[in-house]
Design a protein around this ligand. Structure first.
Ligand SMILES: [Zn+2]
Length: 461
């Protein structure tokens, strides 16, 4: 671990813990998981969330725009394009208020000035070796929801390696055994937590330290499974504690937020609440600092809008697209519920389109073609003819834009249940689902540092 020069006045350690009031009902049970699918694995932390809803399956965040809010904008092949502006984000005033309430840090060097902090390294979560496998799916699910609100280069990954449980020797703690940039997450009954890591209350706790011997931020989170149940309740508490680790130190009333200890376990964490999405994105794009800790000035938020520009494509009953607001690009796809599992012999193929944005919020479109070997459940997903138009503007007809990079992207994919994810090819993450009882549709999202888009298509073979 490389030691970094660190100004002494920034040395800062906070032990945050809270007494959780658990309502009689923990909310929506397991309704947010995609039923009948394999449990999520650590490698999928960077993939998009997949959610079963009353009207079908949604990939990506809860940003699917209604056709009634959009205007027709032509055809791309068999796909009807719609675009429009929708006021679906949080206002500058509310984001500033929320972050002002989070600026609870202070420095002995600079008393009286509120400070705000961020986890300045790209965070890596490691699940404790003592945590039961059955909680892994909940951890990955929550990380996917949080990642949908973070800029691409700040997204949290989850290590496939489990985190050590310290021996109890003082040396472990004196050497600050958690590496910089890591958040160790443990779920277990409190009597199994390391004694040094038991907060004074018994539900959950997080410690965040910055500028310690390892030269960067590190955190651990413990959740008491004697009190917190699997499913929605565990995900709500995890989201709350990870938000603490990311720099949200204050409990906040008066907002529907995972930081509202009065009610946050009472609503299902199917998606991150809107204020959490916008405040997290604002914190990690407008308030970051080299050392992760700086005096807070709400005006550093800069230009901010509550109105998104939406791109949407529709082909039969598959829809897909992306939302763009303040530089946050959120791709999505939606279609009817699948039957269970793709099977058969030979190849199956789907074709359709892609719609999204470049990292500079320029509208982006192209073709999407998927072929799967039904025996091996592996396949190839190709995007080609990729072209872009202006910032937050409707795309023109096919061929009227400017070629994006070399015009195509390709991924090898593997099928798990009714979902597919990338295994190789170009950089980025692909999260897809087969739609309909005969898997007659497919759709998903592709996310990279330089673009994010939804895609969808129909089966022709
Ligand atoms: Zn808390």
């Amino acid at each position: 671990m490389q030691n970094r020069p660190f100004p002494a006045y920034l040395a800062f350690t906070a032990l945050l813990s809270f007494a959780l009031i658990l309502p009689g009902c923990g909310g929506g049970g397991d309704e947010s998981s995609f039923s009948g699918q394999p449990a999520l694995t650590p490698a999928q932390a960077l993939n998009a969330p997949v959610t079963q809803r009353g009207d079908g399956v949604q990939i990506g965040d809860d940003v699917r725009s209604s056709l009634s809010d959009l205007s027709p904008a032509g055809q791309h092949g068999g796909v009807a394009i719609s675009t429009g502006r929708v006021r679906d984000g949080e206002s500058s005033e509310r984001v500033k208020d929320f972050l002002t309430r989070q600026a609870t840090g202070s420095s002995s060097w600079d008393p009286g000035t509120p400070y705000i902090s961020t986890f300045e390294q790209k965070p890596t979560i490691q699940i404790r070796e003592t945590t039961s496998d059955r909680y892994v799916d909940d951890v990955i699910r929550v990380v996917q929801l949080i990642n949908a609100a973070l800029p691409y280069d700040k997204r949290i990954s989850v290590s496939p390696e489990r985190a050590v449980h310290p021996s109890g020797n003082e040396e472990d703690y004196q050497s600050h055994y958690i590496p910089a940039g890591h958040i160790y997450v443990g779920l277990g009954s409190q009597n199994t937590w390391p004694p040094e890591e038991r907060p004074p209350v018994t539900v959950a706790g997080v410690e965040y330290s910055i500028g310690g011997p390892s030269g960067g931020p590190a955190s651990y989170i413990w959740i008491n499974t004697n009190i917190v149940r699997r499913g929605n309740q565990a995900r709500a508490v995890l989201a709350h504690e990870i938000f603490h680790a990311l720099g949200f130190y204050a409990h906040i009333q008066g907002y529907r937020t995972v930081m509202n200890t009065g009610n946050y376990v009472g609503f299902p964490i199917t998606y991150l609440p809107q204020i959490d999405t916008d405040a997290l994105y604002a914190l990690y794009t407008r308030f970051t600092h080299e050392y992760g800790f700086r005096p807070f000035d709400a005006n550093d938020l800069g230009p901010w809008t509550d109105t998104s520009f939406h791109l949407r494509g529709d082909i039969e009953d598959v829809s897909f697209g992306a939302s763009s607001r303040n530089g946050l690009i959120q791709p999505w796809a939606h279609g009817p519920n699948p039957s269970t599992g793709l099977s058969g012999s030979g190849n199956a193929s789907w074709s359709g389109r892609l719609l999204g944005f470049t990292f500079e919020s320029e509208s982006l479109a192209g073709t999407a073609d998927l072929t799967v070997d039904l025996a091996t459940l592996t396949g190839q997903l190709d995007f080609s003819g990729l072209e872009y138009w202006g910032v937050n503007t409707a795309p023109g007809p096919i061929g009227s834009g400017t070629m994006w990079n070399d015009g195509d992207l390709g991924y090898s994919v593997v099928v798990r249940g009714d979902t597919f994810t990338q295994t190789g090819g170009d950089a980025g993450e692909v999260t897809g689902v087969f739609f309909g009882t005969q898997h007659e549709g497919m759709g998903g999202v592709v996310e990279r540092s330089d673009m994010s888009a939804g895609f969808g298509g129909t089966r022709f073979h």
